[in-house]
Design a protein around this ligand. Sequence first.
Ligand code: SF4
Length: 531
Amino acid sequence: MNHSILKDLLYQDFSSITNENLEKCKRRWSRSLGDMPKNSDILAAYKQLVVNKLVEANPQFESLITTRKIRTLSGVAPFAVMMKPYFCPGQCTYCVLEPGMPKSYMSDEPAAARAKMLQFDPKQQVLRRIEQMEKTGHKPEKLQIIVIGGTFSAYPDTYKKEFLLAIFTACNNSKQISPTQTIQEVQHTNESAKHRIIGMSIETRPDWVTDQEIRLLREYGVTKVQLGVQALDNTINRLTKRGHTVDAVRTATQKLRDAGFKINYHFMPNLPGSNPKKDVAMCKQMFSDTDFRPDTLKIYPCIVIPRTALWAQWRQGKYHSYDDHTLADVLVQCVQHVPYYCRIDRLVRDITRQWTASGTKKTNMRQIVDRLMQQQNIVAKDIRAREVRNRRAVHPGVILTTKRYKANKAWEYFISFEDSDYLYGMIRLRLPQQPNPMTKVFPVLHGAALVRELQVFGKQVGISSTSTNEHSNSKRPTQHQSLGKQLVHAAEAVARSHGYEHMAIISGVGVRQYYRNLGYELKDTYMVKRL
Ligand code: SF4
């Protein structure tokens, strides 16, 4: 890319660039450049023009050129960091094992490709990703780290600890990991670092969720657990050699909820032994049965991947994938049963054609499902469908709403700021049964109500910025308008009215200071306040 030519082209067109004609401009410029310019190149050229005082800084243009705006529109910058290849205790018949990769991952998925290139070095993965996000105009200051690779709990404890130490060290901009440094020390530094880890998730199997493992997860700073559930049916579990029962899902969900974790389920329609009706019934049961009710959901329809046990069955005619029409119909029916308190994080896994022997090859299945729902006048109720992103600033119609539902033998409160169209922020409050069974692992939870999640939606605002000096009232983002503080106070009022003596918040390390400002103190990995 000839940056000097790009700078000239941008300078000529700068005043007339709009959302509508940006792509047209890029195509025109590509004729002089010999290649289509990336948004990161355009952003770099723009910054030079500003430094050289050839154009004035223009936040609207910056926002326009910021690629993949969606990434930070939920208020946080999420990114995946992959663990090294290691054994997984599972024998699942559909699971891929690519040499040199952790089980279930393929080297051409973006995060996996980056991890492989960097020899699965966690520090390098974090630094590269931060650099990449900054280059494309994002502010990776509130990080949601997603640890991926096989089954987290099955890795040796020493490796898990080293891996997480390295992630925190990279976010703290420390040059080296000191051999004497503890996880508590790097977490303490991260509380005031530029790149704060405000949430961390890991992936594991329900049968590996033990009290001891939960204790370790809290020490590592984990706030969310992604459980490989796949099916709520023991026959399907047996046919797919899943290696655990539905009861293991119930037990794991109960323990994680009582310890305050946010819970994600992976659900896989079209498994052997299932059919469209059964898939929809399992999805319904996930929310009608109070033992489940996950906070977020990933729906990954089964795909036949070459050289798996399922592939052999498919070649013998013993397994059939749904056609795209049937699959879309199943997904539409599943989505409509997902209630207001759950977020559908993913619908269909992005697997390239070369890995798909059978199963959908549509990369736009989510759009197909959205279109079908529109045609059938079905409105999705899940969080993702309602979160405000950059669609509207807070306006006077927003009200504080409190809803409650039973989950794992206790009441959960979903307190939110919303209007008739959008969701601006929400807090998940749990009033656990007393005594909370998890006090045997965390005595600090005795007599405590739990905040499992607090989130304000909308474009991420940098940690140091304020809403008043950066934005006019009409465009003021939803973050930093004290919605979070009001939600915490509302949750405290509900807990107090039910006789709870304390509030314990499962806080990401990078949010601890925020809660300190609200009167909380760090006790045994939770932020705790006497009510
Ligand atoms: S538990 Fe997960 S990673 Fe392990 S074999 Fe089963 S699907 Fe694959």
